[in-house]
Ligand binder design. Structure first.
Ligand code: UDP
Ligand code: MG
Length: 324
């Protein structure tokens, strides 16, 4: 058994991608082999309910440099990414999606930047063929908001398609938070970073795994992980509304003594609705932060592994042959 470090690890998180896994593997292999024959490919099955893991098993039985990790349930794309990176041993680690929206050939461009001396090479999509108007607009505003609210800067249209060297992967794995927003963490980390542009083709098969609900959670994680400004904004909104309320109260008392009081249905309704709305939003914002504190305080592991698949050892111990 050769216990040595691999040169390049490819980490692929996936959920219900049985229509894509084999196609991706076949187009990835020649690209990776161009870089080094000393590679490993790690598929992280994030609780798929389809045949994805059977296909991964098949690939593992053909190629001992492939490792399959099946998580015990769906933990989410961002955690699956971290799980794959934790199991990687490469001097260089590349993460990409399983749906062919991150074209494998681009890895050669990422690698070129790495050889020029960059620690992290990010990607920016210049165009996404199949994303609808809603996704485009919501994504644009999301990055505007997050860049305004937080101290970190994230390039709009950045993707979780990136190359990192061992030093930065190890640094990244020290960031143990459970509600993870990888793009923000990478920006927060610093080091010498570069960007490569690419055009994202349509998904090869299946539908997006990011429902509207998951996108909102992702956006909330992005904002709350890097900024306490929403809490401060709700405080200032409270101050402004209270001040306006005070002025209006003075006016109402003067009107009362002038004997000019009127039934005032509209003014009461409007003020109750506005104040009620601001209160509920503020409580909601506090709740978002509290939920994150709660989640961290439980200190559970980020993910659990159900099963490994590896042709390397012929069992399911998942030992990574090339581990340092
Ligand atoms: N994914 C995952 N777990 C999830 C959701 C998504 O591992 O809970 C994977 C998915 O299989 C794909 C990648 O994350 O490989 C990106 O997801 P998707 O392509 O659906 O997102 P989109 O490109 O539409 O933003
Ligand atoms: Mg996709």
């Amino acid at each position: 058994m050769i216990l040595k470090q691999t040169h390049i690890s490819i980490v692929i998180p996936l959920l219900n991608e049985d229509g894509n896994v084999m196609v991706l593997y076949k187009s990835l292999l020649p690209v990776v082999e161009k870089i080094s024959t000393d590679y490993e490919i790690i598929f992280v099955d994030d609780g798929s309910k389809d045949n994805s893991f059977d296909i991964i098993n098949e690939i593992c039985s053909q190629n001992e440099r492939v490792l399959g990790i099946s998580l015990s349930r769906n933990f989410g794309h961002q955690i699956a990414l971290a799980a794959g990176m934790e199991h990687s041993s490469g001097e260089v680690v590349v993460t990409l999606d399983a749906d062919m929206q991150h074209p494998p050939e681009i890895i050669l461009d990422l690698y070129k930047k790495y050889t020029e001396g960059y620690d992290i090479v990010n990607t920016i999509r210049t165009e996404t063929a199949d994303s609808g108007a809603f996704k485009k607009i919501s994504s644009r505003y999301f990055y505007k908001i997050i860049n305004k609210l937080s101290d970190i800067h994230i390039e709009p249209s950045s993707a979780d398609f990136r190359l990192m060297n061992r030093k930065t992967v190890n640094a990244f794995l020290q960031l143990k938070e459970k509600d993870r927003f990888t793009r923000g963490l990478i920006s927060w980390m610093g080091f010498k970073q570069a960007q490569v542009e690419y055009t994202s083709p349509n998904r090869f098969s299946g539908k997006t795994k990011y429902s509207i609900f998951k996108m909102f959670r992702f956006a909330a994680d992005g904002i709350t992980s890097f900024s306490a400004k929403p809490l401060r904004i709700s405080f200032f909104a409270g101050l402004i509304v209270s001040f306006a309320g005070l002025l209006y109260a003075i006016y109402a008392v003067i009107q009362y003594f002038g004997g000019k009081t009127i039934p005032g249905w509209t003014s009461i309704l409007v003020s109750v609705l506005i104040i009620g709305g601001i209160q509920l939003i503020s409580i909601g914002i506090i709740g978002e932060y509290l939920a994150r504190v709660f989640n961290e305080a439980k200190n559970r592991p980020m993910y659990l592994v159900k099963q490994y698949s590896s042709g390397r050892l012929g069992d399911d111990s998942g030992s990574v042959l090339f581990r340092k």
